[in-house]
Ligand binder design. Structure first.
Ligand code: SF4
Length: 435
């Protein structure tokens, strides 16, 4: 049993192994990591139980991180396929995974995923509590408060590193929503499970009313809380409305209570937002939630691109990152349409990585752009092998170059013998100069 959390260690100025590893990864001094951890502006997902597991830092002054959601559903319940998705996501650079399984044996899914990968793993325990209640008692509204906390403890014991908990979906908000609906209602699955339970039982959200107990459990197992945005806008027309903002105010209070109990906390954010609302939403979170790391789901900036929502989210994620979001949840081409395929997972991770990397270059400068410099040099040298090595997706880059019947091997099929780089290089060489 963990008797002292990593945040408590930081508050006491104690440097831990995880802090040293994160400082090395991020090229930031360990004292800075320790100070920010103590304040709560940085969290470390400890990855405590995984063999060769590597802790990940998220928050102020650190590289923007990417999360990949995987997990079974009732219609597509193939655990081996989900594990392959986890492996592909890790291969293409995800920093964390979340197991959102809702089909099959949920304990088995989580444990097998934990055993298969070495990145930090997150879960949404209300899914399992609601699904087990539905299986045992016929409906999610018959879930008990103990069901929820038993699942949280079971998942924590397995070594889950962070949990999404929709503590800010309160009875007051849900009652108002029932009387004055918004266009897309509640689109968060966890938020909807809790809202249905609260309206049926006319009781407060157990994750809110028993928040101190949740903090005790987080302290015992030292997992981080990801305060879920159950009332995130599900379309750009619900963006930044009363429901979303009211939930954010509650989350701000819960962040402060968690910090007093030495529990690491991040806050989840929208959702669907028009591009011009993103800056205000990030500022709002940073101000109300006292600079807690901001984990954004998208944002999705237009409704009309099903099949391409990974691109839509990468656009929103880039803008959010530029204004201070710390952690991007990937979206795939299957978003709003179905459970993603292996190829969808790969495309989703790469799109989110592009967004995160673009933000890192803008915010951290040269230290985030070493691979970009290597790529630029390889392009200037027409060194194709080196270009593939620098690419986020080397196989795709090589496949595109190789599909042409190249007449000139050192150029590409775009300009062939009229290659601008080659012409200038040859001319400068003839003149006895070099670039
Ligand atoms: S052929 Fe054209 S596109 Fe291809 S490397 Fe040369 S300049 Fe670039």
């Amino acid at each position: 049993m963990v008797v002292s959390t990593i945040m408590k260690a930081a508050k006491n100025g104690k440097i831990t192994e995880e802090m040293l590893l994160v400082a090395k990864d991020e090229k930031v001094s360990v004292q800075k990591i320790c100070r920010r951890l103590a304040k709560g502006t940085v969290i470390i997902l400890r990855n405590a139980c995984r063999k060769n597991g590597h802790p990940i830092g998220i928050g102020r002054g650190l590289r923007v991180k990417v999360n990949t959601n995987i997990g079974t559903s009732l219609d597509l319940c193939d655990l081996d396929l989900e594990i392959k998705k986890a492996e592909i996501a890790v291969r293409y650079g995800t920093d964390t995974l979340m197991d959102l399984s809702t089909g099959g044996n949920l304990d088995e899914s989580r444990r097998k995923i934990l055993a298969s990968v070495n990145v930090p793993l997150g879960t949404v325990p209300i899914y399992q509590a609601a699904i087990e209640a539905s299986r045992k008692r016929g409906s999610i509204v018959h879930m008990t408060e103990d069901d929820i906390f038993n699942v949280i403890e079971r998942q924590a014991r397995d070594g889950v590193d962070f949990m999404t908990v929709h503590c800010g979906v309160t009875l007051h908000i849900v009652r108002r929503l029932a009387k004055h609906p918004r266009l897309m209602g509640i689109v968060s699955r966890g938020g909807t499970f809790l809202a249905a339970w609260m309206l049926h039982n006319q009781k407060e959200n157990p994750l809110y009313s028993n928040y101190d107990y949740l903090l005790e459990m987080a302290s015992k197992y030292d997992f981080a809380l990801s305060l879920g945005d159950g009332l995130r806008p599900g379309c750009i027309f619900d963006s930044t409305d009363w429901y979303q903002t009211q939930e954010m105010l509650t989350l701000g209070e819960l962040v402060e209570r968690a910090r007093i109990a030495y529990i690491q906390t991040m806050v989840e954010g929208p959702g669907h937002l028009p591009l011009n609302d993103i800056q205000a939403n990030v500022r709002l979170e940073k101000s109300i939630c006292k600079e807690a790391p901001f984990y954004v789901l998208g944002p999705i900036v237009t409704e009309v691109a099903p099949g391409y929502d990974h691109i839509v989210a990468a656009i929103g994620g880039t803008i959010a990152g530029l204004y201070g979001a710390d952690f991007l949840c990937y979206l795939t081409p299957s978003e709003h349409l179905g459970l993603p395929s292996l190829e969808d997972v790969k495309e989703g991770v790469i799109a989110a990585r592009i967004a995160a990397h673009a933000v890192d270059i803008a915010k951290l400068g040269k230290k985030a752009a070493t691979l970009d410099l290597a790529m630029a040099k390889a392009r200037a040298n027409l060194d194709w092998q080196k270009q593939f090595e620098c690419a986020l997706d080397p196989e795709k880059a090589k496949k595109i170059r190789d599909r042409a019947n190249l007449k000139t091997q050192d150029t590409c099929s775009m300009c062939s013998q009229y290659c601008a780089i080659k012409i200038l290089r040859n001319m400068l060489r003839a003149e006895g100069q070099c670039l």
